[in-house]
Write a protein that binds this ligand. Structure first.
Ligand code: NI
Length: 249
């Protein structure tokens, strides 16, 4: 009984969402947290969580949309913050991989959404790429809890986030041959980890290169249970407890 805590299940990527959800169920993935990242996907998340009992949603504007988003889109998020199936603000954050020119705008967009999370007492799903220092400095200014999505940093960085009360979201990256993440995660207590696929991206081995889907949580779970020397049932129990500590689910 696992939960995919971070996926992007939109019509743009999946023709048959019923089938994707059934595949997940058949593999023991009983709950999905569908993450919005721009206005179009946020609206779709609201539609889908009404349709599927076992799907929860998060709403946010991803840093990649910093140059194109409108204030109205933040208002849309705020209007939906009290929907009981909207359980977090995300995916939000800082991404300096492609562009550093709009750092200032990215920070402003992140802060705007952190204010919302604080105001509505919602956790946050943080995307941080090549921006660790700025991410930590901004998060420190807000009384929020949440998840560092797709964590792939150093042990030192992991410890800082954990001390700040954040969980680390672990996905297929840990199964990649050249990934140094397994060495880091070996040292981190399971109480600080949750599992995610980031579907349709980051497909775990041995399926790397194919489109990802929530059913593949099982591959990530198998990898981590071997790494940590515990069985799948125990891993499911601990990660589900971690989820309950952060999310109202
Ligand atoms: Ni994502």
């Amino acid at each position: 009984m696992f939960t995919d805590t971070h996926c992007h299940i939109y019509k743009e990527y999946y023709q048959d969402i019923d089938e994707i959800i059934n595949n997940a169920k058949n593999n023991g993935i009983t709950r999905l947290i569908n993450n919005g990242c721009d206005n179009k996907s946020n609206e779709e998340v609201i539609e889908l969580i009404q349709k599927y009992d076992n799907m929860y949603g998060t709403l946010g504007i991803h840093p990649e949309s910093v140059d194109t988003y409108h204030e109205d889109e933040i208002k849309f998020i705020e209007r939906n913050c009290s929907n009981p199936k909207v359980i977090a603000i995300g995916e939000i954050g800082l991404d300096y991989h492609y562009t550093k020119e709009n750092k200032k705008e990215q920070k402003k967009l992140l802060e705007q959404q952190l204010y919302l999370a604080e105001k509505y007492n919602l956790p946050v799903i943080i995307h941080s790429r090549e921006a660790t220092e700025d991410t930590i400095n901004i998060l420190k200014n807000f009384k929020v809890r949440g998840v560092i999505h797709s964590f792939s940093g150093s042990l030192e960085t992991a410890k800082i986030y954990i001390k700040m009360g954040y969980l680390l979201g672990i996905n297929g990256v840990i199964t990649f041959k050249n990934s140094k993440l397994k060495e880091v995660i070996k040292e981190i207590p399971l109480e600080n980890l949750i599992l995610e696929t980031d579907s349709p991206y980051l497909t775990p081995e041995p399926f790397r290169g194919k489109r990802n889907e929530p059913a593949r949580i099982l591959e990530i779970a198998k990898f981590i249970s071997e790494l940590k020397g515990i069985n799948l049932e125990e891993l499911a129990r601990i990660t589900n407890e971690n989820i309950m500590r952060i999310f109202d689910i």
